[in-house]
Structures are given as C-alpha cells and as structure tokens.
Design a protein. Structure first.
Length: 544
C-alpha cells in the first residue's frame, strides 16, 4: 500500500522568492536603467522593502486578492517591485506588450478586467489612446517620480509611483494561499484572431524559475550578473526576474535602451556574465562589436530563443567572442523555458566547433518537468529518429491547460499542441523545422523556412534573412527570400542564390530574392511573415 509522505506542505509562492532573496542575498545589487535615462542602483533588500510598500499602497487603492493589475512597462526596478507586490498579494500581474495594436491592448485589458494600469512614461501616448476604452481601470500609475510623470490628455488622474508608495508602511505580511493560485497573465501575440491569455500559477512560475537556475539551463548563482534583455512584458522575461533572485545573483535591467551600443556599454559597466534575448537583439549587439572591433570582458553565457538562433551567430558568439550560447524553445503557453540545448562533456572534448554549433542551432532537450513528442496528422506519435517531422506536443508542470476564460481545453490527449513542426533525434534533441503556417509546401514536399534562413545568414554579407512560401501555379508554393544586407555590403541576388545552391537541395533554392532595408519585426522580436505574405504573396502567380 502507498504510504503518505510525512513532509511539510508549503506552497510554492512568488513572495517566497523575494523573502528568500532579501534574507539570504540582501546585498545583491539590482541596477536599472530609468526610462528617462540615468542608471538607478540599489540592493535586493531595498527592493523587497519597496515591494512591500507597493503591496500596502495597492491595498490602499482598494485592490484585493484576485484583482488584476496591468503593466505596460520596460525592464526596470519599479516593474520588478510590481512583479512581487502584485503577485505576492494574491493579485494577478497582467503584463501587456506595448507593441500590440492599441485595439488589442484595449481588448486584453478589458478581457483581463484590469483594475489598475501601471506604465512607463514613454508609453503615455498609448495610455492616451486606450484609457477612454478601458472602463474597469480605476487607477493609472506612472512608474516614475512626480518630476517624470507626464500629464495625459483624457486621463483625469495619473498617480506617480514614488508618491504612491512614499507614505505606505514597510511592514506587509505576504498572505499564504494555494500555490495553484494565479500569479501572472500574459496574452499571446494574436497574429490570428484575438490574443489569448495564459494565466500562470505561482507553482508554475516558481518551478520554471528554479529550473532556469540549474547548470544545464542558464547556470545562475551568486557569482553571476544577469541582464535579461527579453522583455518583462512578454512571458515574464523568461522568468529571469524570479530566477535571478532565487539564485542570489546581481540583476541588471536595461530599461528602454535595447540597441547594440547601449547593451554593450551596460554589459561592460556592470560586469554582466549572463544575458538572455531573442536573436534579433543579438544581431544588433554583434554587429556593434564587429563594427568597432570590441570584445566582451565578462560576458560568458547567453540564452536565446523566441525564434531560431542562426548558426552563423552561434559560431560568432562561440568562436570569436567566447560566449556560450544556450538555445531554448518555449512559448507564451509554456510559462518560459521548455527545452534547452547544452553541450555534453564528450561533445566538448571530441566534436569540432562546427558540430557543436550545429547542435546548438537545434532547440535542445526538454528540461526536467517537461515532456515532448511529435505527432503526425492523425495524432500518432512519430519515432525519435531525427527525420520524422510532425507537430510538436508538450506537457508538463508549467504548460497551459486552458486559456484564460477559454471554453474548450486546447489539449489533445493531455498534450498541448504547439503549432510548431519539429523532429526529435534518438538522443532527445528537438529541432524546430517551422511554424505549421510557415512551412513551405512545394511539389508535395516540405521546405523548412528556418533552415533556408539559417543558410542565408551564413553568407558574410547578410545581416538578416526571412523566407516565405509564395503561391505558385505549378509547384503549389515556392520559397521567396528576403535579405537585409550588412552595412556597406553589396551582395547580389546571383551571389546569394549560388551560395545557397552549394548548401541546400536544388529544389530548396528560392525562386527570387528581395533586398530590404529592414525586416518587419513584431512585438516579441519575431519577423512578421504575415506582413511579407500580404505584400509579396502574389509575386509568383505568373512565373516567367
Ligand atoms: P510566443 O508565444 O510569442 O513567444 O511564440 C512562441 C513561438 O515562437 C513558438 O511556438 C515557436 O514557433 C517560436 N519559437 C520560440 N523559440 C524558438 C526557437 N528557439 N526556435 C524557433 N522558434 C522558436
């Protein structure tokens, strides 16, 4: 007969993280770029005190456990305090992506029934546009002091954060409740239809945050200084604001300055050792280093994901800049990291650098707590043979079961269907081949747009590449390649196509190349292929 364990049953709550950090690593530094420019610095202990003051202030505004508070904000220390104050009080921290269309912001704020909105001054124009359409919002709080809080036309009263928390007590007893209680809410980007809400529990976030700390993931400890470039407004900045405090590490928050020169300067000044961001951010950073012949003094590890990390960029980081790349996969519905690639001791010792880069370009193994499989159109599980490709399914401790206010569960036999096409190798390494909607179907065969993009970015004159499938009268679809050249490079269409012809199957070589100054990039750093399709979707209708 099974016996019941005789251990304490203490809930996994986010308030436990800030309490732990303040008690054990109270001197750990937090450095934050203010929205109006200067750097602000304080300790984790001071952060915890201000989080408690905010918790009292929010209660003073009449917000109660279960209330939802929206944020439209950069990665900065006040946003961090709100992360803990709101969720720690039993309220829901609804992070909103400022790059969503205003109509979508209005939709999600109303859908979430947010009672307060906290925002950075740079988003005042957004607030002006949406405030009148959000009837449930009773409080608008600017994350600034009085001097840096703008008046906003159409909003009668704007509170400023510093005046709001100044009179509040530093004493606040974090309530205890079921760890399955909602802590945070994040909506998908909603490229088709309305955005859908992923409502994260305390338990899911804590487990994910602990996982991120382990050496096989990001390896966080008090010896590290961590710069999350991934936004706190999307998927909790991959849970790094929690993981960093669990680890007792230094936290560096970049505010609104996400360009290559600003990030480099911050990394050097604050001796950042670990960073995390989407590949487009790293393109900008590496371009800056390349252009000015710079190198990193302290940076040694970077996590990336959100879209496929190009092989050429991995090689640059590894070989030229001596930075280890941890390439992970996840989505709004997976709280943060679900898979992560790491090199084993044997691969480190015996493999060539090229072999290692190729492995890291894949999306890695599921971390403990998560299971993955790929299935065919009938839902049958495909073999882990590295070639059978199908839809990636995921289940685990921090995977969405049902959308916020959603009717039907999206699960299929208890698994979440991701909409990504993947293969899994016998050793468990997963590779995303495409989004279901991006994969190119040509003459009955499939071409992976990710593989083609990866190959194109390998050309020394190419900064960024995107491939879409375009309707074709004979082949169903054919690939069309978009290229952004590196500054000062004059690479031609013929050069690109012959470069690709040496690297991919003949029938994969795109039918045409379009050179652009920039690719359309959406709110979470992903190339907006929908925009490209809209504009170029008919170009092969009458092939020559
Ligand atoms: P979002 O929910 O907006 O973060 O988007 C999640 C989607 O981003 C996934 O379903 C994938 O299509 C894509 N994605 C995330 N990480 C990766 C990665 N490492 N490589 C390729 N695609 C990725």
């Amino acid at each position: 007969m099974l016996k019941t364990g005789l251990m304490m049953d203490m809930p996994l709550l986010l308030s436990g993280i800030i309490e732990h950090a303040a008690a054990q690593y109270g001197d750990a530094e937090i450095v934050s770029r203010e929205t109006h420019g200067p750097l602000f610095r304080y300790t984790t202990r001071e952060c915890a005190v201000r989080a408690k003051k905010l918790a009292n202030a929010l209660a003073g505004l009449g917000l109660t456990p279960g209330s939802a508070v929206a944020s439209i904000a950069w990665n900065n220390h006040r946003h961090l305090e709100a992360y803990y104050a709101v969720s720690g009080s039993g309220m829901v921290m609804h992070t909103c992506n400022p790059r969503l269309h205003p109509q979508q912001l209005i939709y999600i704020i109303n859908h979430a029934e947010d009672e307060a909105v906290i925002f950075d001054a740079s988003f005042a124009p957004i607030i002006k546009g949406i405030a009148a359409h959000c009837p449930k919002v009773r409080h608008w709080v600017c994350l600034a002091d009085a001097a840096n809080t703008p008046a906003i036309e159409g909003v009668a009263k704007i509170l400023n954060y510093e005046d709001l928390i100044a009179p509040a007590s530093e004493v606040f007893d974090w309530p205890s409740f079921d760890e399955r209680t909602a802590a945070a809410l994040c909506y998908t980007s909603g490229t088709t239809g309305n955005p859908k809400g992923a409502l994260y529990s305390h338990r899911a976030i804590v487990l994910n945050a602990i996982t991120i700390c382990i050496p096989g993931a990001l390896g966080l400890s008090p010896q590290e200084a961590i710069l999350p470039v991934v936004p706190m407004f999307h998927i909790n900045a991959w849970c790094l604001p929690y993981a960093t405090l669990i680890a007792g590490a230094k936290l560096v928050l970049p505010g609104p300055k996400l360009d290559g020169p600003s990030l480099y300067e911050l990394m050097e000044a604050e001796k950042v050792t670990v960073s995390a961001g989407v590949p487009t951010i790293w393109q900008g950073l590496i371009a800056h280093l390349d252009q000015h012949g710079l190198k990193f003094s302290t940076m040694r590890r970077t996590a990336t994901g959100g879209s496929a990390m190009p092989l050429a960029l991995i090689a640059k980081f590894n070989d030229q800049y001596k930075v280890d790349v941890r390439h992970g996969w996840g989505m709004t519905e997976t709280t943060a990291v679900a898979t992560m690639g790491v090199i084993t001791a044997q691969q480190q010792a015996e493999w060539t650098p090229e072999q290692r880069h190729a492995l890291i370009a894949k999306q890695g193994k599921s971390v403990f707590g998560i299971e993955i499989k790929v299935v065919d159109d009938t839902g049958a599980t495909l073999p882990r043979d590295g070639t059978s490709q199908g839809e990636l399914m995921v289940r685990g401790q921090w995977i969405l079961e049902r959308y916020f206010k959603g009717d039907a569960s999206p699960l299929v036999d208890g698994w979440f269907p991701t909409g990504d096409i993947a293969v899994i190798a016998p050793d468990g390494v997963m590779q995303i081949r495409d989004r279901t909607k991006d994969v190119i179907k040509t003459g009955g065969e499939w071409i992976s747009s990710i593989d083609l993009e990866n190959a194109a970015v390998g050309h020394p004159g190419v900064q960024m590449a995107a491939v879409i499938g375009v309707k074709h009268p004979k082949w169903d679809e054919r690939p069309l390649l978009f290229i952004v050249r590196k500054p000062g490079q004059e690479v031609s269409k013929d050069e690109i196509l012959s470069f690709l012809a040496e690297r991919v199957a003949k029938w994969w070589v795109p039918d045409d190349v379009v050179f652009l100054d920039a690719l359309p990039v959406g709110g979470t750093g992903k190339v907006q292929k929908g925009d490209l399709r809209k504009q170029y979707g008919g170009v092969f209708e009458t092939p020559n």
